[in-house]
Write a protein that binds this ligand. Structure first.
Ligand code: PBG
Length: 347
């Protein structure tokens, strides 16, 4: 604009007085810090650990920086997390043997049972959350008892995941985790009534103080791909669409969340996180009184890792931006494989 044109604008209207200036509060780092609405804290994070039998640790190709850990290595990893300021872990087990029911899932010397005891012994202040599902333990890789053989139920497809027979197993698993000292149990199988069944099982066994973090709103997502390598829990046939939700739905999320609240869930979860920020917001607004978790899943982690390895994005900045967005959307707690790195970057 020439000086003359500028003069003309000014004479038409005093435009300066009409401008709103949000930039005033962005001028310096101190001002920006003062008006920041969302603050990440390492205490918001839950760090997933994959535990297996044997010794040492095994890298997972599709999840750089994540390992299958022996019990001893899991304790070491939990200690490192605690030093970084992360004080919660969620455990996933890779059993020695798989069978149609997944017996190791509730065995006293099961891999997760051993890991809970070891972590609680060495780091009593660590919050130990356990994933409660069947898929890592069953030989067919499904999240429940299948409609086949002695359980066959006419009118349902062969191989369908049966709901109520699965509930009994889930309750047993949750009680066995509580017996070992788990602080929170987190059912992830999307069976109808799973929270009620687990609550009843825990109460009956004297664990009325063990909270349930329900994977209330879990989608049938392709973002779980790398996890299924890590946990060796991919279905041997079919998919999980008869129990996990259709990514196209959000009204249904409210129904799922409401049922779990009614059944006694202490915390709710939306999973995955990034492609479902709108769902996190809607569920948080509908149930503001409950702490909300979001699961920043394996595929979300793998995408950042792959892009960063190519030098296409700045790993630390993109990760912290992502986690901030999940919290801004309404999550109080984030389950994330980035937990320990993010805690270090926040310092
Ligand atoms: C089921 C479970 C899954 C994940 C967490 N719990 C896999 C599935 O539902 O297929 C996925 C987590 C991730 O992708 O990081 N036990």
């Amino acid at each position: 604009m020439t000086m003359l044109e500028l003069e003309r604008t000014k004479s038409i209207t005093n435009y300066q007085s009409l401008i709103s200036r949000p930039r005033r509060l962005r001028a310096t780092p101190a001002l920006r810090a003062m008006i920041r609405e969302t603050e990440l804290n390492p205490r918001d994070f839950i760090y997933p650990l994959f535990v297996r039998h044997g010794t040492g640790r095994t890298a997972i190709d599709s999840m750089p920086g994540v390992y299958q850990l022996s019990v001893e290595e899991a304790v070491r990893e939990a200690e490192a997390a605690m030093r970084s300021g992360v004080n919660a872990v969620i455990l996933f087990g890779i059993p020695a043997h798989k069978d149609p029911v997944g017996l190791e899932n509730f065995a006293d010397d099961g891999i997760v049972q051993q890991a809970i005891r070891a972590i609680k012994k060495e780091i009593p202040e660590m919050v130990v959350v356990t994933d409660v599902c069947l898929c890592e333990y069953t030989d067919h890789g499904h999240c429940g008892i299948l409609n086949t053989g002695e359980h066959f139920h006419a009118g349902l497809p062969e191989g369908y995941v049966l709901n109520d027979p699965t509930l009994d197993v889930l309750a047993k698993v949750a009680v066995s985790h509580a017996e070992c000292g788990a602080d929170i149990v987190a059912p992830s199988g999307m069976m109808d009534g799973m929270v009620a069944a687990i609550r009843a099982g825990l109460d009956e066994a004297g664990y009325e103080n063990t909270p349930i973090l329900s994977y209330a709103v879990k989608y049938a997502s392709s973002f779980y791909g790398p996890f299924r390598d890590a946990a060796e829990g991919a279905p041997k046939f079919g998919d999980r669409k008869s129990h996990q939700m259709d990514p196209a739905n959000v009204r249904e999320a409210l129904r799922e969340a409401a049922l779990d609240v009614e059944e006694g869930a202490d915390m709710l979860m939306v999973k995955p996180a990034l492609a479902y920020l709108d769902v996190i917001r809607v569920v948080k607004d509908a149930f503001p009184e409950l702490p909300m978790a979001a699961y920043n899943v394996s595929g979300e982690y793998a995408m950042i890792k792959a892009a960063a390895a190519n030098g296409w994005v700045d790993e630390a900045k993109v990760t912290l931006e992502t986690l901030t967005a999940i919290k801004r959307a309404g999550a109080d707690v984030i389950i994330t494989y980035h937990a320990v790195d993010a805690a270090k970057w926040l310092k």
